[in-house]
Design a protein around this ligand. Structure first.
Ligand code: ATP
Ligand code: MG
Length: 415
């Protein structure tokens, strides 16, 4: 009996993996240049971390968590997002004493959503967090880094920015918004009706077409920010302007996680249809305290790797792959032994070199050389082993040139 993979969880096969390696390579290099250091935290945490951190009333916690009792001892969960776990680690290791920290992390996240194109139950994120900096300069720097990242991968994205206020201006707004929404119950969808009671800000995010004309008239938090939030927002938009980073202010942009304050933003791409959000993030100045740490501001964002891979494919970015420079082909038993030892020696010298370990007919070995995209092929048999001379075949032009076997490492050594 065949046992299938789990619904909503994907395999990443060799034909595609080059794309992922490329985005991770670019991320490590670029984020490193911006002063962010990689951290690795577990995929499993206490479920309470997300109930407290992400918010009891969010979809993520209410409906989507993979929580389980670990042998009846404690309630654990597969992480639905990265920030809460990173904050937990930051607190647990007392790193606030070392001053501001800039971190990045990558890996799988788990949400039991309805699987569809661009939305999976196991998905992957590149996560960026900065702890200990309240100033808007870090908001600008992080957004600039994200913009550089997408540019380096050749994808065009749109940046949408908003301020979701903070503890001094949001509560009054939420009351006003809730009252306003309750008066329009009949004009809004079931989800909106449910959300206006539990999490009114989320209503603004509704994608149902019929709700749009109503929600477009909703009171705007951006017009009701307290002085501190308004100044912060102005500094962020000003900073982005000074760096020439294009953005639009979207007054209805909210995030699915409760911990955000002030800056909230999203990068979208119109190359991938309805699940167009490629990255999202914002400021979370109270989260460290909420999770039991010392008052520490924070800001971060997460890039969805599946979505990014889709955009890269949609814009026709080629998948990088490492093809062998040289493919060794054996004509007989002496040749097979020679191929094996030469291949190992060449690889040790830094050359990407392959062979068909099955041996056998020349035609089949040449076919394999073609299949793996080898640049050159070299046939080795008793004759070549004896003379130390062989013919190097260019797999594209089919041209053959004589070479001395002793010269191979130098000829193919990467420069
Ligand atoms: P969406 O509005 O698409 O549900 P979100 O607000 O839930 O996104 P975040 O929690 O901020 O997203 O995660 C950041 C990024 O992770 C998103 O922009 C998206 O690219 C990606 N992402 C989120 N959920 C999924 C999922 N179920 N499958 C694949 N990628 C996802
Ligand atoms: Mg979501």
């Amino acid at each position: 009996m065949k046992i299938p993979g789990v619904k909503g969880m994907n395999d990443l096969l060799p034909a595609e993996v080059g794309r992922w390696q490329e985005m991770e390579q670019v991320a490590r290099e670029l984020f490193g240049r911006y002063g962010y250091r990689e951290v690795r935290v577990p995929v499993v945490e206490h479920a309470a971390l997300y109930a407290r951190g992400v918010g009891e009333n969010t979809d993520i916690v209410q409906k989507e968590m993979y929580a389980f009792e670990d042998k009846g001892e404690e309630l654990l969960c597969l992480r639905p997002e990265a920030t809460a776990g990173l904050v937990r680690a930051f607190i647990e290791h007392g790193l606030h004493v070392e001053g501001p920290q800039k971190w990045f992390a990558l890996g799988p996240m788990f949400r039991r959503e309805r699987p569809q194109k661009g939305r999976y139950r196991q998905f992957h994120q590149l996560d960026i967090e900065a702890f200990g900096i309240a100033e808007p300069a870090i908001d600008v720097e992080q957004i600039a880094m994200a913009a550089d990242f997408f540019a380096a991968l050749g994808v065009a994205v749109q940046l949408k920015l908003n301020s979701v206020g903070d503890g001094s201006c949001r509560p009054a707004y939420l009351q006003e918004l809730q009252g306003w929404l309750r008066e329009r119950k009949g004009q809004l969808c079931v989800d909106c009706n449910d959300r206006m009671e539990r999490n009114p800000l989320r209503v603004l995010d509704c994608k149902v077409e019929g709700c749009q004309p109503v929600l477009a008239q909703a009171p705007r938090l951006l017009d009701r920010l307290c002085a501190g939030c308004a100044a912060h927002h102005a500094a962020v938009t000003g900073g982005l302007g000074a760096l020439g980073i294009p953005f639009t202010v979207d007054t209805r942009l909210v995030r699915g996680l409760d911990y955000y304050v002030r800056t909230a933003y999203e990068f979208t791409s119109d190359a991938i249809g309805s699940q167009s959000s490629v990255a999202g993030g914002g400021r979370y100045d109270k989260l460290v305290e909420t999770l039991g740490g010392p008052p520490t501001p924070g800001i971060g964002f997460a890039i969805g790797q599946e979505r990014l891979a889709m955009v890269m494919a949609a814009v026709g970015r080629p998948v990088p792959s490492r093809q062998p420079e040289l493919f060794l082909i054996s004509a007989d038993e002496a040749g097979a032994r020679e191929c094996l030892s030469r291949a190992v020696a060449l690889r040790r010298a830094g050359v990407a070199c392959d062979l068909d370990a099955r041996g056998g007919k020349l035609a089949r070995q040449f076919k394999q050389a073609e299949r793996v995209g080898a640049r050159y092929a070299l046939v080795l048999g008793e004759k070549e082993v004896g003379s130390g001379q062989a013919k190097l075949k260019d797999m594209k032009t089919r041209e053959e040139t004589p070479v001395a076997l002793a010269d191979l490492p130098d000829r193919f050594r990467p420069t």
